[in-house]
Design a protein around this ligand. Structure first.
Ligand SMILES: Cc1cc2nc3c(=O)[nH]c(=O)nc-3n(C[C@H](O)[C@H](O)[C@H](O)COP(=O)(O)O)c2cc1C
Ligand code: SF4
Ligand code: FES
Length: 572
């Protein structure tokens, strides 16, 4: 696992010196080009010494709605005379703190709800060579309906099935419950596990996807903080059912606190004989470890994630074959989202009927959602699947803040596109959201008030995809840049009416080409935000292009013309 070595070198020197990479190559007998190829892919690694104060301002949806542009501009003003070896200010993709926006990272430490003055103070401390960090928020344990256990009953499902070995029964119960994947695609979990179970290869793996890097997505952070035992038990049951003897929990590197919590829980499980060899005195084995992601949204795509674990650039594989047949190190692999895994012990402890009854309006189960943007109480909420969005936004998240009204919401970050306020009664459910032309995705609800410019939000989302595209395939690599260029031109109001009509046709062609020919979901979904804005907020775009007016007063200002800063990303 080459990234552990790279991380250790970076921790020691602040970057990856050439001589150290050469030494690593000799020690591990890995060709230097291979080490360099991986290290240069991930934005987390520095191939040159960084500035003394490396300031990265999150530029994505929730932070953008909470003043990230102004924050960056203020910081740029304060440090205008600084040398580049002292201070560097750049944009960065979502830091996983959307509920405490705006967020910045200074020397790889994350600071939340930050103001220009406090960010400047931290940066000045860093400039003086001081170690900077934000104390972990002290959180009491949050009781969740999803937890079937009192403290002394934890891992009861494991105890029961290690005795009964009714593995087929597990699959039947997951199928009856109609459990679907919570990572975005909604694939039936029992089918995935059954496929791996049927593979004859004696070596198999279970991987938990805790990469969680899409703007607005924060629910897995909450789950890992409050229900780590259910994540571990879900993975363990997957191993026992499919015959996999090794599990890897892949977590984004910005979640150090959750890494600690999970590490402790894993140690407790080894101590209690729930993990390792001869589980609970049986002849069953399952080992579990945490793998810290080298970073980037694309690492959440399941095959890119597997490539990263193998020590390669996180470039998605062509599918088929699917990971269930040819996965990690070419072996059959179950890969599920954190929330999918925690649903397993719930269903097995309380039954499929209980699970079905937790949903509202005909939907099944509970759902953890993150709500951020312009709401009074941003955070993560556990709600019945099928709850109307109106209730999630207005009851759970306290409604639109500062007495403003709702203009739009993204049901699940940029991938879901934006829906107008008139559709706020849509239910939180796979089918209901698909029928509304959107998607349930990972449950990352981002709320926009009536001061928001939807062209600005579409451009923000397109830039996210452009920056996070791994560049492996042409439609996504070139198409996402082309799309961003088109929207910037529209925003500048420098397009004639005939040019605008031609642009719209081009945009449709480009969207189709990207959706149909991109290798992975990133390129396929990248057109969603602008297409949804064209569908629901067309008059607003026409006003920009044809009249040179931004109805929200955001575009055509000096600040908006300043554009984006140099960016830290897979493609800076
Ligand atoms: C660009 C991209 C990023 C993704 N990021 C995540 C992620 O952070 N977490 C996740 O569980 N799934 C993510 N997915 C979906 C995974 O590829 C995969 O479908 C999922 O982990 C399967 O688990 P599930 O069946 O439990 O949903 C992403 C997909 C794409 C295309
Ligand atoms: S669609 Fe984009 S992110 Fe996915 S493989 Fe192609 S270039 Fe990479
Ligand atoms: S932390 Fe900024 S959008 Fe998520």
């Amino acid at each position: 696992m080459i990234f552990d070595d790279l991380r250790a070198i970076q921790l020691r020197y602040g970057f990856l010196p050439k001589a150290e990479l050469e030494g690593l190559s000799r020690r591990t007998q890995t060709p230097l080009y291979q080490i360099h190829s991986a290290a240069s892919f991930f934005p987390h690694f520095h191939l040159a010494p960084p500035a003394k104060a490396e300031i990265r301002v999150c530029a994505d949806m929730s932070c953008h709605l909470n003043g990230a542009c102004d924050l960056r501009a203020e910081l740029e003003r304060h440090f205008a005379g600084s040398r580049s070896e002292d201070v560097q200010i750049r944009d960065v993709s979502c830091l996983g703190r959307c509920d405490r926006a705006p967020a910045v990272s200074i020397n790889d430490e994350i600071f939340t709800n930050i103001t220009p003055a406090s960010a400047e103070q931290v940066a000045r401390d860093a400039l003086r060579g001081e170690d900077v960090s934000e104390p972990h928020a002290v959180q009491g344990h949050v009781a969740c309906k999803a937890d079937p256990y009192n403290d002394d009953e934890k891992y009861g499902v494991t105890r029961k099935f290690v005795l009964s070995r009714a593995w087929d029964d597990v699959l039947v119960q997951l199928k009856t419950a109609e459990l679907r994947g919570m990572g975005g695609a909604g694939f039936p979990t029992s089918m995935k596990w059954d496929l791996v179970r049927k593979q004859t290869d004696p070596v198999k793996f279970v991987v938990c996807n805790a990469d969680e890097s899409e703007p607005g997505t924060i629910k897995d952070r909450f789950i890992m903080t409050n229900l780590p035992h259910l994540v571990i038990e879900g993975m363990l049951i997957a191993g026992l059912v499919t015959g996999a003897k090794r599990g890897i929990l892949y977590i984004r590197h910005e979640y150090a606190q959750q890494e600690e919590i999970l590490g402790e829980e894993i140690r407790r499980c080894y101590h209690a004989g729930l993990l390792g060899k001869k589980i609970l005195g049986s002849d069953l084995d399952f080992d579990l470890e945490v793998f810290v992601s080298p970073g980037g949204y694309i690492c959440g795509e399941e095959t890119a994630l597997l490539e990263a674990i193998e020590g390669h650039r996180a470039e998605p594989r062509n599918k088929p074959p699917f990971p269930g047949q040819v996965g990690l190190w070419q072996k059959p692999t179950v890969i599920n989202n954190v929330e999918t895994f925690i649903n397993v012990p719930q269903i097995l402890a309380r039954g499929a009927d209980w699970f079905a009854a937790q949903g509202a309006n005909g939907s099944r189960g509970l759902k953890f959602v993150g709500v951020s943007g312009h709401v009074a109480r941003p955070g993560v909420f556990e709600v019945p699947m099928g709850t109307p969005m109106r209730e999630v936004i207005f009851k759970y998240a306290g409604g639109v803040r500062s007495g403003r009204s709702l203009k739009a919401f993204a049901p699940s970050g940029p991938s879901s596109g934006y829906l107008p306020a008139s559709m706020v009664d849509v239910r939180l459910d796979f089918k209901a959201l698909a029928d509304a032309g959107s998607m349930l995705g990972s449950g990352a609800i981002v709320v926009c008030d009536d001061t928001t410019c939807m062209l600005d939000m579409a451009l923000n989302a397109v830039r996210f995809y452009r920056n996070e595209s791994c560049g492996k395939c042409v439609p996504c690599r070139v198409g996402s840049q082309k799309m961003a260029d088109l929207l910037v031109r529209w925003m500048e109001g420098s397009v004639s009416e005939p040019e605008y009509r031609a642009d719209l046709t081009l945009l449709d062609d480009l969207s189709q080409a990207m959706s149909q020919t991109s290798i992975c979901g990133l390129g396929q979904i990248a057109p969603a935000p602008i297409q949804s804005v064209l569908k629901h907020f067309r008059a607003e775009i026409d006003a920009h292009v044809l009249k040179g007016q931004c109805p929200s007063g955001i575009c055509f200002t000096a600040a908006s013309r300043a554009g984006e800063a140099q960016r830290v990303g897979i493609r800076p």
